[in-house]
Design a protein around this ligand. Structure first.
Ligand SMILES: Cc1ncc(COP(=O)(O)O)c(C=O)c1O
Length: 354
């Protein structure tokens, strides 16, 4: 499979778009008229088709349902004021997808399928990209094992799909976060750096427990000592201490290499902050708070871009922040949104034209 010409297009007879109000749409609930579906069989990708969005017919013995060989990505497309459509840093997600695939013993998805399939799909459903400010089209590429056989081993067959969901403005209310000391998300040598479905399933119980105690999310700590911070829920995390922004490094393979994280690092540097990617312990964070130098704590991710953390609790030490006084994170968000909405120059080459 080499070119766009190999992707068959079967158009939907009617568009569902007229039945949907694209104002204030909830995240992940509505899907566009079409989807991309590709099969992996006998060592090659085949049957690439853009077709009407529809249910899949799956056998109860489907390998993914039993052993969890499943990975995904999350990307966003935007329209500028002239109605031109762009995807934010899709190559970074493409590369990360194949890193996840390798770790989960799944086949690599070729660039011409992932990138060109996604581009063609979005082009066909372009009218679904909301044009109002802060709205976007959420892109969900995913792959799962599709052998119809029970047995623990890498599957021989896989399916790769891309579906699209229009989303409204994502207002992330400042969060209350508890530092997790019992459950772990990732261990060195594990799969924390992969966007593997099981990582999210494994995190749900701890998150539910934190919610019962009045927190929105957990701040994951390292599995061995519960001392060094990793990620905040499904976001990367930043601490602004004095004029330095610190975020955990990716060296141990326990943290997802966020595309937003990378973008935020670049923007913070442009704004004159020192940025350090290194291990940061909860003790250091508490010391900075006691010394009055811990200025801002925030999470980064595709959904919200920046989520401010107004309360960070460790054991019985609660750190509260007046987010209204913050400077770094609101400015990063403003700069990033301006690039995404085509209002500011895209000096980094982040916006990929459809
Ligand atoms: C576990 C986890 N960490 C971090 C992120 C942030 O990554 P990105 O900025 O690429 O969305 C995500 C979301 O994709 C995630 O699921």
């Amino acid at each position: 499979m080499t070119a766009a010409a190999d992707i068959i297009v079967t158009k939907a007879e009617h568009s569902k778009l007229k039945d949907i109000n694209l104002e204030n749409i909830p995240f992940g609930k509505y899907f566009t008229d079409h989807m991309l579906e590709v099969d992996y069989e006998d060592g090659e990708w085949k049957n690439a088709e853009i077709k009407p969005y529809q249910p899949l017919l799956l056998a109860p013995s489907l390998a993914a349902l039993h052993y969890g060989q499943a990975i995904f990505e999350g990307i966003k497309a935007y329209k500028n004021a002239d109605g031109e459509a762009f995807i934010f840093r899709p190559y970074d997600n493409f590369k990360r997808f194949n890193i996840s695939a390798e770790r989960m013993a799944m086949p690599q998805v070729p660039e011409e399928i992932f990138m060109e399939g996604m581009r063609m799909l979005i082009d066909i459903d372009k009218s679904w990209i909301p044009s109002q400010k802060d709205h976007s089209l959420y892109i969900r590429p995913f792959m799962f094992s599709s052998d119809e056989m029970i047995g623990v081993r890498p599957s021989e067959k896989y399916k790769f799909l891309v579906i699209l969901s229009p989303t409204g403005p994502y207002y992330a209310a400042p969060m209350r976060i508890n530092v997790e000391e019992k459950y772990v998300r990732a261990v060195p040598g594990g799969v924390g750096f992969a966007k593997a479905a099981g990582n999210y399933a494994g995190a749900m119980y701890a998150t539910a427990q934190a919610r019962l105690k009045g927190y929105d999310q957990v701040l994951w700590t390292d599995a061995l000592e519960h001392k060094y911070v990793q990620e905040c829920g499904v976001m990367n995390v930043f601490f602004v201490i004095g004029n330095t922004a610190v975020t955990p490094d990716l060296n141990e393979g326990t943290i997802l290499a966020g595309v937003t994280r990378d973008s935020v690092i670049m923007l913070l540097k442009e704004m004159g902050y020192n940025v350090e990617e290194r291990a940061i312990s909860i003790d250091e964070i508490i010391e900075a708070h006691k010394a009055g130098t811990l200025k801002e704590v925030f999470g980064t991710g595709t959904a919200a871009t920046i989520s401010m953390i107004k309360t960070l609790n460790y054991k019985d030490y609660e750190m509260n922040f007046d987010v209204e006084t913050w400077e770094a994170s609101p400015e990063v968000k403003r700069r990033m949104d301006a690039i995404k909405n085509g209002v500011a120059a895209d000096n980094h080459g982040w916006m990929y034209k459809i």
